[in-house]
Design a protein. Structure first.
Ligand code: IMP
Length: 518
């Protein structure tokens, strides 16, 4: 038997030796964007503006986390340890949070009762419901509009047509022209535009629509075809999101990007549901992804859908190649390094995150050289600080996935808990019995645990935390004279050094007795 002579290294064991920082190299000039999936002949791979994704875990990524992350340029991956319908609902909630031209509107008919409209408002979260003479698939003519919430003192049997605001259909440009010519009071303008809708083949651009929303203080504009049938709507809240979060990562319909995790068991039903719900990328979740189950799942998705696939987790070059040759568009690496993970103790499988990243990045670079195809890598497990991320990127990762880091944030699904005056959130592994409860209920499965349930200190909102995190990564890159992630990798060649125990101690506060805050 031959033993590998690698010593498994963690990311925390490395330090950068700075390279020359050129004058004028300010942190705002540093580009942190990263390819998430490989480019194809038929379409370009997905790119994020910040190289971070949140772990597909019950205690980390729901719709709120995904929206908050996409607004900052990263991406959430919705967990698959739940019923298929629930996962699809979460993806739809992210997709609903923002849009450009909204064409998947929930609509009602003139005879729909207000009780039904009210139920629709609470179940979908939409507050503006068009009244049409068609249905969701084929809207028909736009007759009016109901804005929630519906007053509770109205008899619920009242029909939509008795309550809706009716529209007079006229070309929007005519209305806008008249309004600009008139010197009307603001209030009149609001009424005037809201009483009309755009008429004519929908050649209005999103920028033009947004300009009208701003100029005339509109909450929305319905757009209809020449024959008066509803085409889509544009909402002011989406324009505001565009202004407030300029780094947002969006799909072609201007909705936030979101990933969906699937497993290697129920993928034949789960994948169609999450794709239909709007998932931009599928992450096939497995604690050991070097398996024929993984290959079959990749092939199923590739044969039936156009959506990009991230496969993993793996920790060796041969496993990397196996996934790429099976069709993976990106590979996720790491085993046993997660903060709540007990896989190494339970199964004896795993590898230090630095070694796994480095070894697979080398295999990826060889593959790139040989085939011309660049496979993005996501380093996953045990990463929670700016320096961990910088080291992982320098070693060849394109992005990182983080669980604990995001579990501490306001937007993670668990409730805030107060313990002895401090605020915490619960964080549990996907391999813990707590996470597997949904499965046990369904299949009565019992397996040994690979993860624990823990508390993590509450750290506030995602936006504030990510600003701080990216400032640290940018500072490292400035010291390394690196303008982008690829450049960081090149600049770090020969400038990443293993540190000894005592050198690590030296890098911490030492030989002082009192540490003052602030
Ligand atoms: P963290 O960022 O160090 O908290 O690690 C998060 C990663 O740990 C996830 O993205 C998974 O790859 C992995 N993970 C999640 N749950 C478990 C578990 O129960 N056992 C082992 N690994 C887990």
């Amino acid at each position: 038997m031959e033993l590998t002579d690698h010593i498994s290294r963690t990311l925390a064991e490395f330090r950068f030796i700075p390279r020359l920082t050129p004058t004028g190299m300010t942190s705002d000039r540093i580009d942190l964007s990263a390819k998430l999936t490989k480019d194809k002949d038929e379409y370009e791979g997905l790119t994020l503006k910040l190289p971070v994704v949140s772990a597909a875990m019950q205690s980390v990524t729901g719709p709120d986390m995904s929206v908050a992350l996409a607004q900052q340029g990263g991406m959430g991956v919705i967990f698959c340890s739940q019923n298929i319908e629930d996962e699809a609902k979460m993806i739809k909630a992210v997709k609903r949070a923002r849009a450009g031209f909204v064409s998947n509107l929930e609509v009602v008919n003139p005879t729909t009762t207000l009780r039904e409209v009210s139920d629709m408002i609470s179940s979908t979260g939409y507050n503006t419901i068009p009244v049409v003479d068609g249905n969701k698939d084929k809207y028909g003519r736009l007759l009016g509009l109901i804005e929630g919430p519906i007053p509770i003192n109205l008899p619920s049997s009242v029909k939509s047509e008795e309550f809706m605001r009716k529209f007079i259909q006229r070309p929007l440009e005519d209305i806008v022209h008249e309004l600009r010519a008139e010197n009307s009071e603001d209030q009149d303008i609001i009424r005037a535009v809201n009483d009309y809708v755009y008429h004519g083949e929908s050649n209005i651009t999103l920028d033009e629509a947004n300009e009208i929303l701003e100029e005339f203080y509109q909450k929305f504009i319905p757009i209809v075809n020449k024959d008066g049938t509803l085409k889509f709507m544009v909402f002011h809240k989406d324009l505001k999101a565009h202004q407030d979060f300029p780094d947002s990562v969006l799909d072609p319909g201007k909705r936030y990007l979101v990933g969906a995790a699937v497993n290697t068991h129920d993928y034949e039903t789960r994948v169609p549901a999450v794709v239909e719900a709007g998932a931009d990328v599928i992450f096939i979740d497995s604690s050991d992804g070097y398996s024929e189950y993984m290959r079959d799942t990749i092939r199923f998705i590739k044969d039936n859908f156009k959506v990009p696939v991230v496969a993993g987790n793996v920790i060796s070059d041969e496993a990397f190649l196996y996934l790429v040759e099976s069709g993976a568009d990106a590979v996720k690496l790491g085993m046993g390094g997660g903060s709540i993970c007990i896989t190494q103790e339970q199964k004896g499988t795993g590898r230090g995150q630095a070694t796994a990243t480095f070894v697979i990045a080398e295999a990826r670079d060889k593959y790139h050289k040989k085939t011309g195809t660049y496979i993005p890598l996501i380093s996953d497990g045990g990463i929670a600080t700016g320096k961990d991320i910088s080291v992982a990127l320098a070693m060849g990762a394109d992005l990182v996935m983080m669980g604990k880091y995001f579990a501490t944030c306001h937007e993670s699904p668990p409730e805030l808990i107060e313990r002895e005056g401090n605020m915490y959130k619960e964080y549990w592994g996907e391999g813990s019995s707590r996470a597997k409860e949904w499965l046990n209920k369904r299949y009565g499965q019992t397996e040994f645990e690979e993860g624990v349930v823990a508390y993590v200190p509450y750290a506030g909102h995602v936006d504030k935390n990510l600003k701080d995190l990216s400032a640290k990564i940018r500072a490292t890159m400035t010291s390394m004279g690196a303008l982008n992630i690829q450049h960081l990798r090149e600049q770090s060649n020969g400038s990443l050094e293993l540190i000894s125990e005592s050198s690590r101690d030296e890098g911490k506060v030492h030989d002082v007795t009192e540490i003052k805050q602030g």
